[in-house]
Design a protein around this ligand. Structure first.
Ligand code: WTA
Length: 522
């Protein structure tokens, strides 16, 4: 179903009909250790389904509802899920319901299964290192990797970071605007808050519907005290100025959090001054699907803040900055962000491919966990994330691999070769700029461009829709045939200062690409 076709409503987390659901899953034949895929909108049944899996020792694999059927299929196959829990329909803001056709051979109805079941279900006893869930994240070599987290370490870590980073108090009303389909929702909507018994707002909707005051209206309605969102949402709302924010009081707010990408100081200042009225500390939390929970973060009111810096490591986390040859840099410096020792919430393996786990995170610098992010440390020891240094893009806080988008493009019959780079975007952080080389005799057209965008949307999902597609009769390559992305990035951003391009096999392609670059998205 369509991510944008969301039903606008809000529910408070309820522990309703949980036990029935455990039984229903048992009835569907799910046993301890089995894998269950979940593909659902942000409704309370999603949380119920997750907890039901955990109760009976099954391992959930949630796929963000904005991913395409093909992406869902790939994840189901990779994690060997025997059951998919999904929603049969979803209404959009105009109250149109889209229905998925029913197939009696494979489909089971939640309500029919739950009906008449006992409301008691003994928990399945598990080892602390048994798997809790698998969650897929983009990999720089193309295929997404199933990040596997285990029960006790992850629970301990999300519970502790939630408590300390949001300074959780029993009378708090906490609201994280993320989707549960991403790690932020797993750790800081479901597990961290519920392990602390926190009252949460679970929201399905858009920050701009029915109007751009939506967030603040909800803050006032439910007296939200701790609020957690992404820089892309802040930048989006910032465009409309302070008036839509000031229509609501926001007196209940105490701590404001951000996650997902570096926050630019301007957005930080707006969040701090306009939304929090300089009363609320901002916690800029740096972490990853792989880290399970916050790894670099301020503690509210305890850590002196610097706008745009995730400040210092959380307890037990030991970061270092390395240069290209793997030497640890001391003092003010910039390089690769790595961690020197494990913490309870770190991922344990890549689903079905432990080798890939070792290669991805531990091979480049033996003995260190490599985040894939660049980082600067200033003279006061503050950490500043500078962004990805691998072939990953961060679009609206969603990590995408360039290779994944490229392979969706080249699957089109007229595309011979494709190269995708990021171009800075004022709201999304980065946008997708794609270069395509067409097969002989094919001419580039608007219709083809539309078709290619559709192809990527269908293969991966709406979040990966290209913003720009430029025809490249040839791509800039080194003499050994490697595409020079650095050059393509400069072209996408219209930066004429190319640096050293002496390794380029044919430098005339650069000028040609410059002349035909896309200046605005169509
Ligand atoms: C980026 C999301 C700067 C970073 C929790 C990381 C950030 C990737 C921040 C992980 C932050 C996340 N400041 N960059 N506060 N938080 N990132 O796996 O590039 O979806 O590696 O996990 O997001 O994205 P993921």
């Amino acid at each position: 179903f369509n991510l944008l076709a969301v039903k606008i409503h809000l529910v408070l987390l309820l522990y309703c009909s949980l036990d029935y659901t455990f039984f229903a899953l048992l009835c569907a034949g799910v046993k301890k250790g089995d894998r269950v895929s979940i593909y659902m909108p942000m409704v309370v049944e999603l949380v119920v389904a997750m907890l039901a899996c955990v109760r009976i020792g099954a391992v959930h694999s949630i796929v963000f509802a904005g991913f395409s059927a093909e992406s869902l299929c790939e994840r189901i196959m990779d994690s060997q899920c025997s059951l998919l829990i999904t929603a049969g329909g979803l209404s959009n803001p105009h109250r149109r319901l889209t229905h998925v056709p029913w197939n009696p051979d494979v489909d089971l109805c939640w309500h029919t299964l739950v009906c008449g079941e006992s409301d008691e279900c003994e928990p399945e006893w598990c080892e602390s290192e048994d798997p809790l869930f698998v969650l897929y994240t983009s990999g720089s070599t193309g295929k997404p990797k199933g990040v596997l987290h285990t029960i006790s370490g992850y629970m301990l870590y999300t519970a502790t970071t939630f408590k300390l980073v949001f300074d959780y108090q029993p009378d708090d009303v906490y609201w994280c605007t993320a989707d549960i389909g991403w790690i932020t929702g797993h750790s800081y909507i479901t597990y961290g808050p519920l392990a602390n018994g926190a009252t949460s707002v679970l929201f399905e909707g858009l920050p701009t519907y029915p109007d751009v005051s939506r967030m603040w209206e909800i803050v006032d309605k439910y007296h939200v005290t701790k609020f957690y969102t992404a820089p892309t949402a802040i930048r989006l709302l910032m465009k409309y100025g302070s008036e839509p924010v000031q229509k609501y009081k926001r007196e209940s707010l105490k701590v404001l959090g951000t996650v997902g990408e570096p926050i630019n100081p301007e957005a930080w200042q707006w969040y701090y001054t306009v939304v929090g009225e300089k009363r609320c500390p901002i916690v800029d939390t740096f972490w990853q699907t792989e880290t399970g929970g916050h790894v670099l973060t301020p503690l509210p009111a305890a850590t002196p803040m610097k706008p745009g810096s995730a400040t210092f490591p959380f307890f037990g986390v030991v970061p270092a900055i390395l240069n290209e040859s793997g030497e640890e840099l001391e003092g003010p410096n910039e390089g690769y962000l790595v961690f020197k020792q494990p913490w309870p919430g770190v991922m344990r393996t890549v689903q079905g491919n432990h080798q890939r786990f070792e290669t991805t995170y531990f091979k480049k610098f033996p003995g260190y966990y490599v985040t894939g992010d660049g980082c600067r440390r200033d003279k006061d020891g503050y950490f500043w994330i500078t962004g990805r240094i691998d072939d990953m893009l961060n679009v609206s806080g969603h990590l995408l691999s360039t290779a994944e988008v490229e392979s969706a493009l080249v699957e089109h019959e007229v595309v011979a070769e494709a190269a995708v780079v990021g171009r800075p975007h004022p709201v999304k952080g980065e946008s997708l700029y794609c270069f395509v080389t067409l097969t002989d005799g094919v001419t580039f057209s608007r219709a083809l461009e539309t078709d290619l965008k559709k192809q990527v949307r269908e293969k991966i999902g709406a979040i990966a829709t290209p913003d720009f597609i430029q025809e490249a009769p040839t791509l800039p390559k080194t003499r050994s045939g490697k595409i020079m992305r650095r050059v393509l990035r400069k072209i996408a951003c219209d930066e004429r200062d190319m640096g050293d391009i002496s390794t380029l096999a044919d430098s005339s392609v650069v000028e040609e690409l410059f002349q035909n670059r896309c200046s605005t998205a169509v």
